[in-house]
Ligand binder design. Structure first.
Ligand SMILES: Cc1cc2nc3c(=O)[nH]c(=O)nc-3n(C[C@H](O)[C@H](O)[C@H](O)COP(=O)(O)OP(=O)(O)OC[C@H]3O[C@@H](n4cnc5c(N)ncnc54)[C@H](O)[C@@H]3O)c2cc1C
Length: 861
C-alpha cells in the first residue's frame, strides 16, 4: 500500500447505513473531511439489503429516527407505528438529500483491508486496487450486515429458486402458485412467513428453535406518542437517558412484590401495547430472576397455545429451554395465527432434524419435501462479523482477528487497544443490538467526533485505549451480563449461531442510560483510559471507568437521587427511622420454613431475637448472627433478608440477636450483650431445634466485630465450643487513617464521616483501642475459631478486615478470606437487589457450611 503525504480525508467511514449517513453529517459539522465507502449499490444499510416481504422496524418508527434533525414533524411523518422497509429507506433517502450527504459517499466499493501506519499516524484503506489514506477510520459496518452462511448441506444443488431475507432482490418476488420453504424462525422469518403464506400455494416452515414473539398491534401512530412529541427536544433527550433508547421509565418493581392478579394484568397490558422494550421492562427482575422470567415466558406460551388451533403445532411453537429475552424477542403481525392456515405446515427440526437440501427440495431425517423456492432466514454473523471481514492491521501489523481470537475486546465498544484511530460504531461492549440502534448510533458518532475534536484541540494525532482501560471495561461488560439471564440463551448475542465463533456475550446489558453515563464520565475525566500521542507529546489518563458491580452502582445512583440527608447529620433516633425506611424498601429475602421472634437474657435485662429455620429436617447447626448498624442502628430484624439468605444457603438455624445500642447504652454494652447472647444460644441450642455441637458466630459490620468479641470471650472462658467465626465486612479497628478510609471515604454507602459518628456515639476516644471495639488489637489471636472473612473493595473497613485476616493467619488460625470485587460496605446485604452479591454470599455460605462440618474448636486461655 502507498499513501500520499497528507491523508486524503480526515475520516474514512466504512458503510452508508444509518451510522454512515449520520457520520458524514456530524463529521462535516466538526470541520472534518469525510469519505464513505459502501459495498452496496445504494445507501441505507440494513434497509437497503433486507427487502423481504413484511420487513419492518421493531422499535416504534418515531423513536427509530435521527434526533439531530428535530423538525421531523415539519418534513417527515411516518404512516404507521412500525414503518415498513420501503418507508424507512425513503426516510433515509430524504435525510441524505436534505443534508446533501451523497457527495461524500462512494457506492459499490467494498473496503477489503486497512493498515495502520504508525510512522505517519494514518490508516491506509484498500478498496479493490485503490488505496486511500485517512487519519481516522470509522467502522460503520453494521451489527447485522454479514449474513450467516446457511451451513446446510446441498444448498448449491437445489434447482429451484433460493432467496435470502438479508439479500432480497429489488424487484418484488411473486410466490403465487408455488410451494415454498422458509428455513429459520428468527425476526426475519417471523416477519416474512405470514406474507409468504398469503401468497404461496403451500408454505413449509422449517423451525429449529422456536422464538418468543410479541404481536406488534401495528396501526396509526399512538396518540400518546404524538402528544409526547409535541416537545420533541424533551422527548429525544428522554430517549437518550432511558434504558433502551426509547423514553420508557425503568421499572424498579420486582415481579413477586405484587399480587398474581396485578402481574397478569401487567403482562396483558404489555402484550396489548406491543412494544419490545415495554415487555422486558414489565418488572425490574425479568432479566435477572429465573422465576420472574419463567412466569413471563409462561404467559407467552399460554398465548401461543390459545392462538394456534393444532395442539401439537402449538407445542412445537412454544419456546423452551432458554429464558425469554435471552434470544432476541421478535415482533410480529399474525405470525402464530398463520399456522392455522390450511396451506401452512410447521416442520419441527428438533424432532426431525434437517439432513440436506436436495435438487428438488429439503430432506429431513424422516421426510422429503419438494418445493419450488427456498427462503433462507438464517440470520447474521452478528456484531463482529462485518468488522472482522475487513483485514484490519493495527500497530506492528497485528490483525484485529488475532486481537479478538478469544472474543472481541474493546473499550466502551468503541475502540481497540493496538488499533489507534480506529472507531467502531455500536461495537461489542456497547448497548448496540439491545437498544434502539438509532439512538446508540448517534451517541457513538457524536462521541467519536468529540474525541477527534479533543485530539485536534490539544495537538495530538492519534488516540487508542490502554490495556488497563480495555481489561476494566471487558470485566464490567461481563459483570453486567453475569447478573442477567441474557447469557443463558444460545443466541447470536453470544456468537453461538456461528460455528467456531468464540461464545462471549457481546452487547452491554446495563442499558443505554448507564452506558451514556460511563462515556460522559470518560470524556469529563480527560478521556480516561485513552492514550493520546502526536507532535505535542503524549497524554494518558489511564484507569478503569467502571469498577463497581453494575447493580451496586445502580443502587448508589438511585439512593443519591433520593437526596437523603447524611445519617450523621441527624439525631440517633431520626437516623434509626431513616435507616429503617430505607431497609423497608429492599425486597424481602428468600422464604424459610419458620421465623420465630423471641426474647433472650442479655447482659442487662432481655433483648429480642429472631430465629430463621431452614426447611430441611433438624436438628440443624446454628449460626448466631449480630446485625450491622455501627452499634447505633438496626435490631434483630434489620438484616432480615441477609439472615434468610444465610439460613437457606447454609441450611442452618440463624439466630439474629439484638444488643443494646448507643448512645443510650455506650461501650461496652453491646459487647456484653453479644457475649450473653452466645452463652444463651449455646445453652438453648437443643430447645431451639439446633445441634449444640455445631455453632458458628457471625455478623456484619459492627455486628461482625461483636461476633469476634463473643468468640474471644468464649476462648477466654473455655466455652461454648465454636466451630467458626463468619465475618462480613467486620469492624476490627478504630484506625481511620488506613488507605481504604481515604480511598473509599465518601461516595459509597458507608462514609468515613458516618463511621466517625458511629464511634463517637458508641465510645470515648481512649476506649477505641480496647480489643472489644478493635479486635485487631488483641495481643494474642491464637486459638481463635477458624474464620471466613469477607472484605469489600469499596468499603472504608476493607483494609482492617484484610489486616484481621492476616493477623489471624499469623496467629495460626485457619482463615478463608473472600474479597468482594466491586462491592461496597452494604451491597452484599441487599439480597434481592444486588444480584452480583449472590456468588459472594454463596462462597461465604459454603465456607460456613465447611466450618460447621468441622469439629468445634475451643481452647481455654
Ligand atoms: C431485518 C432487520 C431489522 C432490524 N430492525 C431493527 C429495529 O427495529 N430497531 C433497531 O434498533 N435495529 C434494528 N435492526 C438493526 C439495524 O441493523 C440497525 O438498526 C441499523 O440499521 C444499523 O445501521 P448501521 O449503519 O450501523 O449498519 P447497517 O445498516 O448494517 O449498514 C452497514 C453498511 O455497511 C456496509 N458495509 C459493511 N462492510 C463493508 C465493507 N467492508 N466495505 C464497505 N461497506 C461495508 C454494508 O453494506 C451496509 O450497507 C434491524 C436489523 C435487521 C437486519
Amino acid at each position: 500500500m502507498t499513501g500520499t503525504d497528507r491523508p486524503v480525508a480526515d475520516v474514512i467511514v466504512v458503510g452508508a447505513g444509518i451510522a454512515g449517513l449520520y457520520a458524514v453529517h456530524r463529521f462535516r459539522r466538526a470541520g472534518l473531511t469525510v469519505k464513505v465507502f459502501e459495498a452496496g449499490d445504494d445507501i441505507g444499510g440494513t434497509w437497503h439489503w433486507n427487502r423481504y416481504p413484511g420487513a419492518r422496524v421493531d422499535i416504534p418508527s418515531v423513536d427509530y429516527m435521527y434526533s439531530f434533525d428535530p423538525d421531523w414533524q415539519l418534513d417527515w411523518q411516518w404512516s404507521e407505528k412500525y414503518a415498513t422497509q420501503p418507508e424507512i429507506l425513503r426516510y433515509l433517502d430524504h435525510v441524505a438529500d436534505k443534508f446533501d450527504l451523497r457527495r461524500d459517499i462512494t457506492l459499490n466499493t467494498r473496503v477489503d483491508a486497512a493498515r495502520w501506519d504508525d510512522h505517519r499516524a494514518v490508516w491506509h484503506v484498500r478498496t479493490g486496487a485503490e488505496t486511500t489514506t485517512c487519519r481516522h477510520l470509522v467502522m460503520a459496518t453494521g451489527c447485522l450486515s454479514i449474513p450467516k452462511d446457511p451451513d446446510i448441506d446441498g444448498v448449491e444443488r437445489f434447482a429451484g429458486k433460493t432467496y435470502f431475507t438479508s439479500r432480497w432482490p429489488r424487484d418484488p418476488v411473486d410466490f403465487t402458485g408455488q410451494r415454498v420453504a422458509v428455513i429459520g424462525t428468527g425476526s426475519s422469518g417471523i416477519q416474512c412467513i405470514p406474507h409468504i403464506a398469503r401468497q404461496a400455494d403451500e408454505l413449509l416452515v422449517f423451525q429449529r428453535t422456536p422464538n418468543f414473539s410479541l404481536p406488534a398491534h401495528n396501526g396509526p401512530l399512538p396518540p400518546h406518542k404524538l402528544e409526547q412529541l409535541r416537545d420533541e427536544a424533551g422527548y429525544r433527550a428522554a430517549g437518550r437517558l432511558s434504558f433502551g433508547g426509547v423514553p420508557i421509565e425503568r421499572t424498579m418493581t420486582p415481579t413477586f412484590t405484587v399480587s398474581e392478579d396485578e402481574r397478569r394484568e401487567r403482562y396483558e397490558r404489555a402484550w396489548q401495547i406491543g412494544e419490545l422494550l415495554e415487555l422486558l421492562n414489565v418488572y425490574s427482575d425479568v432479566m435477572s430472576d429465573t422465576a420472574a422470567n419463567h412466569e413471563l415466558a409462561e404467559f407467552f406460551r399460554a398465548k401461543i397455545r390459545a392462538t394456534v388451533d393444532d395442539p401439537e403445532t402449538a407445542e412445537a411453537l412454544c419456546p423452551s429451554g432458554y429464558p425469554i429475552g435471552a434470544k432476541r424477542v421478535c415482533l410480529d403481525t399474525d405470525y402464530f395465527a398463520t399456522f392455522n392456515r390450511d396451506n401452512v405446515r410447521l416442520v419441527d427440526l428438533r424432532r426431525d432434524p434437517l439432513r440436506s437440501v436436495t435438487e428438488t427440495g429439503i430432506d429431513t431425517l424422516s421426510e422429503s419435501f419438494n418445493v419450488d423456492a427456498i427462503v433462507f432466514a438464517t440470520g447474521f454473523d452478528a456484531v463482529t462479523g462485518a468488522v472482522l471481514s475487513v483485514d484490519v492491521k493495527g500497530r506492528d501489523g497485528r490483525t484485529l482477528g488475532h486481537a479478538w481470537a478469544d472474543g472481541p475486546r474493546t473499550y466502551l465498544g468503541l475502540s481497540v487497544a493496538g488499533f489507534p484511530n480506529l472507531f467502531l460504531v455500536t461495537g461489542p461492549g456497547s448497548p448496540s443490538v439491545l437498544s434502539n440502534m438509532a439512538v446508540s448510533i448517534e451517541q457513538h458518532v457524536d462521541l467519536i467526533a468529540d474525541i477527534i475534536d479533543n485530539l485536534r484541540d490539544n495537538g495530538f494525532d492519534a488516540v487508542e485505549p490502554t490495556d488497563v482501560a480495555v481489561a476494566g471495561w471487558m470485566q464490567h461488560v461481563e459483570d453486567c451480563a453475569d447478573i442477567t439471564l441474557f447469557p443463558q440463551g444460545n443466541s447470536w448475542y453470544r456468537g453461538a449461531n456461528i460455528p467456531g465463533k468464540p461464545t462471549v456475550f457481546m452487547p452491554y446489558t446495563a442499558g443505554v442510560d448507564f452506558y451514556r453515563a460511563a462515556c460522559d464520565e470518560m470524556v469529563a475525566r480527560d478521556l480516561l483510559g485513552f492514550r493520546r500521542t502526536g507532535p505535542s507529546g503524549e497524554a494518558c489518563s489511564d484507569g478503569v471507568i467502571r469498577r463497581l458491580q453494575p447493580d451496586v452502582q445502580m443502587v448508589l445512583e438511585q439512593t443519591a437521587l433520593m437526596g437523603l440527608p447524611p445519617l450523621e447529620s441527624m439525631s440517633p433516633q431520626d437516623a434509626r427511622t431513616a435507616f429503617g425506611a430505607v431497609i423497608a424498601m429492599y425486597p424481602p429475602g428468600p422464604a424459610v420454613a419458620e421465623v420465630v421472634d423471641g426474647r433472650y437474657p442479655a447482659a442487662v435485662g432481655e433483648r429480642d431475637y429472631r430465629l430463621y429455620r431452614p426447611p430441611t429436617p433438624g436438628p440443624h447447626p446454628i449460626v448466631l448472627y449480630f446485625h450491622g448498624g455501627g452499634w447505633v442502628l438496626g435490631d434483630s430484624r434489620s438484616d432480615d433478608a441477609l439472615c434468610r439468605d444465610l439460613c437457606v444457603r447454609t441450611e442452618a438455624i440463624v439466630v439474629s440477636a439484638d444488643y443494646r445500642h448507643a448512645p443510650e447504652d455506650r461501650f461496652p454494652a453491646a459487647a456484653e450483650d453479644a457475649v450473653a447472647a452466645l452463652s444463651w444460644v449455646a445453652a438453648s441450642a437443643t430447645d431451639l431445634g439446633g445441634d449444640p455441637t455445631r455453632l458458628v458466630v457471625s455478623g456484619w459490620s459492627a455486628g461482625a466485630g461483636l461476633a469476634t468479641v463473643a468468640c474471644r470471650a468464649a476462648r477466654a472462658s473455655g466455652g461454648p465450643a465454636i466451630a467458626g467465626q463468619a465475618l462480613l465486612a467486620p469492624v476490627t479497628d478504630s484506625d481511620t487513617s488506613r488507605a481504604s478510609y481515604v480511598e473509599n471515604g465518601s461516595g459509597y454507602d458507608l462514609d468515613a464521616s458516618l463511621m466517625q459518628w458511629f464511634f463517637d456515639q458508641y465510645c470515648d476516644v481512649p476506649d477505641r483501642r480496647d480489643p472489644r471495639i478493635a479486635p485487631l488489637r488483641t495481643a494474642d489471636l491464637s486459638s481463635m475459631p477458624p474464620a471466613v472473612i469477607v472484605t469489600n473493595e469499596f468499603d472504608v473497613l476493607r483494609d482492617e478486615g484484610e489486616a484481621y485476616a492476616e493477623a489471624l493467619r499469623a496467629a495460626g488460625v485457619a482463615v478463608e478470606h473472600l474479597r468482594a470485587r466491586g462491592h461496597t460496605h452494604c451491597s452484599l446485604t441487599m439480597v434481592g437487589l444486588v444480584v452480583s452479591g449472590a456468588p459472594v454470599r454463596e462462597q461465604f455460605a459454603s465456607a460456613v457450611r465447611t466450618l460447621l462440618a468441622r469439629a468445634p474448636q475451643v481452647t481455654a486461655r
